[in-house]
Design a protein around this ligand. Sequence first.
Ligand code: TTP
Ligand code: MG
Length: 344
Amino acid sequence: MKYILHIDCDAFYASCEEIRNPKLKTRPMAVGGLSNKSIITTANYQARKFGIHSAMPVFMAKDLCPNLIMVKVDHPYYREKSMEVFDLVKAHARLFEQVSIDEAYIEIDLKDPLNFAKSLQEEILNKTQIPISIGISYNKFLAKLASDWNKPFGIKYIGKDDVGKILPDLPVGKVHGIGRRGSAKLNRIGIYKVADLLKLDKEFLEGLFGKGGDYIYGVIRGIDERPVNPTRDRKSIGKERTFRQNTKDIQVLKEYLRRISDLIEIEMIKKNIQAKTISIKLKDENFKNQTRSITIQEPIFQADYIYEEASKLLDEAFHGQYIRLIGISLSNLSARDINQLSFL
Ligand code: TTP
Ligand code: MG
């Protein structure tokens, strides 16, 4: 069956810092600026016990917990860890969409989603040391709600039957799209829980939240049609190789195109995507770059077809010059129908 999973790293910046300095794991720690006036980006779960949270000023956090250890933010390092985590996640997914530095949606066909989630959690922890929480459902809204349910290192499944049981009791602030401000607005008119929201009609919600009212009306009833959008984070897929020695032997060049096509096919099958535009890149001995592209009618992902198109492009672009680098990239990406997998 088809499921949508929302993956969210636990105390992400703090977890990254604990990898570099494991002693921090058992101490209350937060990441932010070092001055008392600066703001906390996140706190580890030890520090959260004291009531410390994102967006709190450091002086306030130190009032709550005088032993709090502050660590300075290091965005490039967090981006690197994020890539490590989500490259592994991506490799499993039919459709993948990263929505922030520490969260992504995947859509995937599974028999046993809970088991899959458990093994994904273990894999990510073992290979990257980052703990993640996973929410499983049939749409994005519920999957995100679920990933937050049992944090940290949590897994939660929300099925269609759970919607009527789980949602009415939630405070309105838990509804994605309402947020803290929306919540305050609703509280002022005596609306605290989703159960109260369910009594309002669509027009009333649109009056309060504009266009977002329609979305909120749907999601509190378990309806969210937003698809997992795989091309959002990635516009092209490509590989290139630099030769140890420059070459002008067309057979060697084609041999490389062949190998690169094979590698690209593997990646496209894993990601379940296809492409309509094929480009090759050549860098000559003077480091001058040359690219050639073709857009075809029917999208492809198979190595044979990629090679065939790339090879034709090479014939056009190559005039006997010495080449030091060759590459192929595919763009104009779309999701492949899962049924095609059975033909492989
Ligand atoms: P979140 O996923 O909201 O928080 P988190 O990963 O730290 O904790 P949780 O276990 O509850 O998911 O945000 C991801 C990262 O984004 C977080 O580690 C730090 C950064 N961030 C800020 O810089 N400022 C903020 O106000 C928030 C909420 C997060
Ligand atoms: Mg997080």
